[in-house]
Each structure stands twice: as C-alpha cells, then as structure tokens.
Design a protein around this ligand. Sequence first.
Ligand SMILES: [Zn+2]
Length: 51
Amino acid sequence: MEVKEIYCSTCKKKLGTYNIKYFSDDRLNKIISYNHTQCIREGHSLIILRP
Ligand SMILES: [Zn+2]
C-alpha cells in the first residue's frame, strides 16, 4: 500500500498515515486543519510526506 504521512516538523512527530488511494492532498489539508489544530494554533509547520 502506498501511503502519505502528515508530519509536524516542529514536534518532529508523525501525526498520521494515509493511503494515497483514498486521500488526496486537498483532503489531507482538511484533515490537518480539523484534527491538528493545536499544532496549527502554535504555528508549527505541518508537511505531507511521501515516504
Ligand atoms: Zn506540532
């Protein structure tokens, strides 16, 4: 399975792994803004990785 990961480079932490078949970048950006509000609020840089 091919995956993408949401990674916070400020916390140096992986926040989630998503199957690329079902999650477009748009969808992942929405997940970031809804589910990782604490990092967003603190101004962390969240990135989408393709390992
Ligand atoms: Zn963070």
